[in-house]
Write a protein that binds this ligand. Structure first.
Ligand code: GLA
Length: 350
């Protein structure tokens, strides 16, 4: 594993970039600012390496970024309506960073934090262990939360993300990663031709603020039906209320897993490069976001990222789950351990 300097934060702290290489010569780069995955270089069907995640060249651009490229999201991913929730009869007010709502951990979420980093070996591959202490009251959340993320890049081209957290007060936790993928290569333009499968036959419909209303709806007969591999762009332009709210896909699908061992949640096939991404998780939900807000973002190596030039598959508790008691609960009790695992497994098809 290599560790290289990657600039300094505004208050003078050194940021490093870590390179995790596997036996096949594929590699992942991660910085300890935001725990951001800055590059994932994988072979295509011809064996040529290509970088399949959107990103920037410099730390300054990651500091300015509003798209959450590659970052760890916490303390809670996605949206909380009116930026407040109630826990054991007490109301907590969170930072508002999207109108009246709280998105992706607030103004200074875990994606803007400097994490402690430790390079560790493991039998499965090179690992990077990141840790960050989210303070009691930070962005309005109760409890000092010690969060950990372990990234391991295996010889089977799997990026394993193991999340852990422990708090000294009851709190809410929902950690994820916000990588934007383009399996043809980060600079390849639209992902609408990629084929997607999601292992869920129900989703949580959103309102015009992109917040789940609490309803649980079958995907049958709707453009949300990705039970079989279907091009992302096949139905994205349909005159469908759910698509119109979000300007495309930006919804949470309900996964049927039991939460103990990672189970398959989604698969994406890019026939152009032959690259395939499979997602496995212990989480009950997955947000499929089709990059609708990307608007001529100047990225790495001079790339210009337009609308829908990357997609995200963010494993999560359902958005707004503190409002809807029939959604799985993101509450973490004091002294108990939060654990979840998500795996991005890459391969190629002929
Ligand atoms: C998430 C949200 C999107 C958008 C992106 C960041 O995926 O669901 O609506 O906010 O993050 O732009």
């Amino acid at each position: 594993m290599e560790r290289m300097p990657f600039g300094k934060t505004a208050d003078g702290k050194e940021v490093s970039r870590f390179k995790l290489t596997n036996a096949a010569g594929a590699y992942v780069q991660i910085i300890n600012y935001g725990g951001i995955i800055t590059a994932i270089n994988l072979p295509d069907r011809e064996g040529r390496l290509g970088d399949v995640v959107l990103g920037y060249d410099s730390l300054e651009e990651y500091v300015q970024d509003r798209n959450y490229f590659g970052a760890i999201i916490g303390r809670t991913a996605n949206r909380t309506e009116n930026a407040c929730f109630e826990l054991e009869g007490v109301e907590y007010k969170l930072g508002k960073n999207e109108g009246n709502n709280h998105l992706h951990g607030g103004v200074a979420g875990f994606n803007k934090a400097l994490w402690d980093a430790e390079m560790v070996g493991s039998k499965d591959g090179e690992s990077l262990l990141l840790s960050y202490l989210g303070k009691d009251g930070e962005e309005g959340y109760p409890g000092n939360l010690q969060a950990r993320v372990r990234y391991t890049f295996t010889d089977k081209n799997e990026l394993v993300m193991e999340y852990g957290a422990i708090s000294d007060r009851d709190t809410v936790v929902n950690l994820t990663n916000h990588s934007y993928f383009n399996l043809s290569g980060h600079q390849s333009g639209s992902v609408l031709g990629h084929k997607l499968m999601i292992c869920g036959d129900r989703f949580t419909p959103i309102d015009s603020a992109l917040i789940p209303s609490g309803e649980i709806r079958s995907v049958a007969g709707t453009p949300m039906d990705f039970m079989e591999l279907t091009a992302i762009g096949a139905r994205i332009g349909w005159d469908d209320g759910q698509l119109l709210h979000a300007g495309g896909y930006d919804h949470n699908w309900i996964l049927g897993n039991g939460g103990k061992v990672p189970e398959k949640a989604a698969e994406v096939v890019d026939e152009t490069s032959g690259r395939v991404l499979e997602v496995f998780t212990t989480k009950p939900g997955i947000q499929f976001y089709s990059g609708n807000f990307l608007d001529s973002v100047l990225g790495k190596e001079g790339a210009l990222y337009g609308k829908r030039s990357g997609f995200c598959l963010e494993t999560q508790y359902f958005p707004n789950s503190m409002k809807h008691k029939h959604f799985p609960s993101p509450v973490l009790k004091a002294g108990e351990e939060y654990r979840s695992t998500t795996i991005y497994r890459f391969s190629v098809v002929a």
